[in-house]
Design a protein around this ligand. Structure first.
Ligand code: HEM
Length: 370
């Protein structure tokens, strides 16, 4: 049985179930933002190529401008799950992060570069200049961050690969090879980007900032993209599941706790089917409106939340099979600190929601003045 580093002697200050709940909630929100960024950017790049279509030009500009805000959400919504993951899985996650240290640290640099190119993409579109090359650079950089994260989140589950990787470079210069789960998992996030961004366009199609013609364009293209990408997303989801080890698949059915989490897999399939149906109805009828907009938001959250729960079960069962039980921790709950944390957490979500409405109102005013 492979060895994990010794557990931290300091007890957990809150129950494992609470840490997991907050971890899953914040990670699901991170994933919604990540998918909007990955898919939305590529769609904006494609729209920017259709320079003769006024609606495509407006859509490219509108998405690009919003993506700079979405990037902020990606980063800020990535911090809480990182903290919870370190508390719950630190012995595995710290080890894998150190083993690919050069790439792990490089994320910060790549992120700053991607941000810079994202702003440049938006500015060029606003100025009516050719923008796709800088947009593509930003997308490649962002996709490579996703690849490093998928690599780390799968390497943390393979203690049997750690010694060899450390022997190859103690400085963390190499990425691991030979894990059949890494690529499908990364591609699942990449294809999910199109599906969720299709829903995002449906949401945008109901905004009053757009003309009737632009709304029809956004609903038509967004719906069709969601429907088509949803089918590919389902296929990649089945692939990512099929490459999991047999003991993990068995645990998702038989384990007394994790078979409940296994149901999240069915919820994910049902949500993606809903996504495809909504996309097809909106895409082919080219209709938009408040109902489509709300349904799009709800389905986007359901898809990512169910995926996050299922993914969590896959991780716990994989680690359990290798001797790491995430529930086996000494917990000494400090309820006053937990209470304060929860109050601040809810307040900060409220502040983020308020900030988003301020940004939306400000851009509406600026668009009206332009
Ligand atoms: C452009 C920037 C980013 C992209 C494209 C991105 C993308 C992703 C992807 C694709 C995954 C899933 C990996 C997998 O399991 O296969 C992931 C997980 C994660 N990301 Fe991000 N991410 C970005 C930025 C960040 C930042 C800045 C943070 C933290 C400050 C962060 C924190 C996390 C954490 C903690 C997880 C996994 C948590 C877990 O498994 O428990 N991400 N991200």
């Amino acid at each position: 049985m492979p060895n994990f580093p010794a557990v931290d002697p300091i007890p957990l200050p809150a129950p494992v179930w609470l840490m997991k709940l907050l971890h899953i909630l914040t990670l699901a929100l991170h994933f919604v933002a990540v998918e909007m960024l990955l898919g939305g950017l590529l769609l904006a790049i494609l729209f920017s190529l259709f320079r003769s279509s006024p609606s495509a030009r407006v859509a490219a500009r509108a998405i690009a401008k919003r993506l700079t805000v979405v990037m902020t959400l990606v980063i800020n919504l990535g911090v809480p799950p990182l903290l919870f993951a370190q508390v719950l899985y630190g012995r595995a996650l710290y080890t894998s992060s150190v083993l690919i240290g050069v790439y792990w640290i490089a994320i910060i640099l790549i992120l700053m570069l991607a941000y810079r190119y994202l702003y440049s993409f938006s500015a060029r579109l606003e100025a009516g200049r050719v923008a796709w090359p800088v947009g593509l650079i930003a997308w490649l950089l962002i996709g490579s961050i996703a690849k490093i994260l998928s690599t780390n989140m799968t390497l943390m589950l393979r203690p049997e690969a750690w010694t060899k990787l450390y022997a190859a470079s103690a400085a963390g210069r190499f990425l691991p090879t030979g894990d059949p789960t890494t690529t499908p998992r990364w591609l699942l996030m990449m294809t999910g980007g199109f599906a969720i961004s299709g829903l995002w366009l449906l949401y945008l199609a109901a905004r009053s900032t757009f003309t009737a013609q632009e709304k029809t364009f956004l609903a038509g293209v967004g719906g069709k993209v969601a429907a088509l990408a949803g089918i590919v997303y389902l296929a990649v989801g089945f692939w990512a599941y099929s490459v999991q080890p047999d003991f993990v698949k068995a645990g998702l059915v038989n384990n007394s706790l994790y078979h409940y989490f296994g149901w999240a897999g069915y919820l994910w399939i049902a949500s993606v089917v809903l996504l495809i149906l909504l996309g097809a109805v909106a895409g082919f009828s080219r209709r938009s409106g408040a109902l489509f907009s709300w349904l799009a938001m709800l389905i986007a959250f359901l898809v990512e939340a169910s995926l996050t729960i299922f993914r969590d079960a896959v991780r716990d069962l994989t680690l359990l099979g290798k001797g790491y039980d995430v529930w086996d921790r000494v917990v000494v709950t400090n309820w006053s600190v937990v209470g304060l944390f929860l109050a601040l957490f809810v307040a900060s979500l409220g502040v983020v929601a308020w900030l988003l409405t301020v940004v939306a109102r400000a851009s509406k005013t600026m668009e009206g003045a332009a």
